[in-house]
Design a protein around this ligand. Structure first.
Ligand SMILES: [Mn+2]
Length: 299
């Protein structure tokens, strides 16, 4: 018999196995512990296991929604064997895995790993659902065409994603010259809502919704959050979103759009500080609650 700790470290949502087998589950969690292109503080390969371990200590009654979200069935796959792959091969593996999940009629939740894991997931979502947008929450624009020799770097995620589907970027507060020039050129970035827009433009929420198509894939780089509540990221930027703001944004989008899948990436756990691990774990649970028990229930 496995100890509780071992169980928690390999799956999301903790103890109740009754709802977690693949056949019954509506949600498939895909651990993607990859950090091949990380350039600053490392550790994202440990993100999924830290999130799963934290999730074992989380209340399964969602106190905001008054739901036991885990009863939809949240199945956690074995971690993808991608640690030693090139970024391109890793993306292909994620693509194939997510494609199979869509084909089985299930809802994929990809847990990184560095953010480049999202590239394959978005491609699979687009192929499965057709017309859709990506809502990409990030402190960074991630629009470089290439970074330190790789087109699949974490710094190029939005640039690659917008080749599959139109992207709405939200929460950014760090921009390079190359990225700014790209935004002025022809591209598939439907809208940029920076952290400054959220502060200064009272219509930012309406503009976000207007720019999104009816079907939306959500990609969350955890560094979109303020480092005061999410210190465990590779490239922390001051001035990020707070907990209740990101919840409001997600709730708003879930109520107006159909969410087809999401990912949460870039947790690089800090030794001795579980704050970020727990936040990431709860964010996933709350977002699943909004999606499966939200006002405009579409499932
Ligand atoms: Mn980022």
């Amino acid at each position: 018999m496995m100890s509780d700790k071992a169980v928690y470290s390999i799956r999301y949502g903790g103890a109740d196995l009754n709802y977690a087998d693949f056949e019954r589950a509506k949600v498939i969690v895909v651990p993607a512990p990859y950090e091949g292109t990380v350039t600053y503080r490392k550790g994202t390969a440990n993100g999924p296991s830290a999130i799963f371990e934290a999730s074992g200590n989380m209340e399964l009654l969602d106190e905001e929604l008054n739901t036991e979200t885990h009863k939809i069935g949240i199945h956690t796959m074995a971690p993808l064997d991608i640690a030693n792959l090139s970024a391109q091969a890793m993306i292909e593996k994620v693509h194939k895995t997510e494609k199979d999940i869509f084909a089985a009629g299930k809802f994929p939740v990809l847990v990184g790993g560095e953010h480049s894991v999202s590239i394959g997931a978005v491609k699979a979502a687009k192929e499965a659902v057709g017309e859709m947008s990506v809502l990409h929450l990030d402190a960074h624009y991630d629009l470089r065409n290439e970074y330190r020799g790789s087109k699949y770097s974490h710094a190029c995620v939005s640039r690659r994603i917008q080749e599959s589907a139109p992207v709405v970027l939200l929460g950014m507060r760090s921009l390079s010259r190359e990225e700014k020039d790209f935004l002025g050129a022809s591209n598939n970035i439907a809208r940029c809502i920076s952290a400054y827009d959220i502060l200064n433009d009272s219509l930012w929420d309406k503009k976000t919704l207007e720019a999104l198509k009816d079907k939306v894939y959500i990609s969350i780089d955890l560094d979109v959050l303020d480092p005061s509540i999410m210190p465990a990221v590779g490239t922390p930027e001051p001035g990020g979103l707070g907990w209740y703001l990101i919840l409001d944004i997600l709730k708003m989008v879930v109520q107006e759009k159909e969410i087809v899948g999401f990912d949460v990436a870039e947790l690089a756990p800090l030794e001795g500080d579980i704050t970020s691990d727990f936040l990431a774990s709860k964010l996933i649970y709350r977002l699943l609650g909004y999606i499966f028990f939200g006002k405009n229930k579409k499932r």
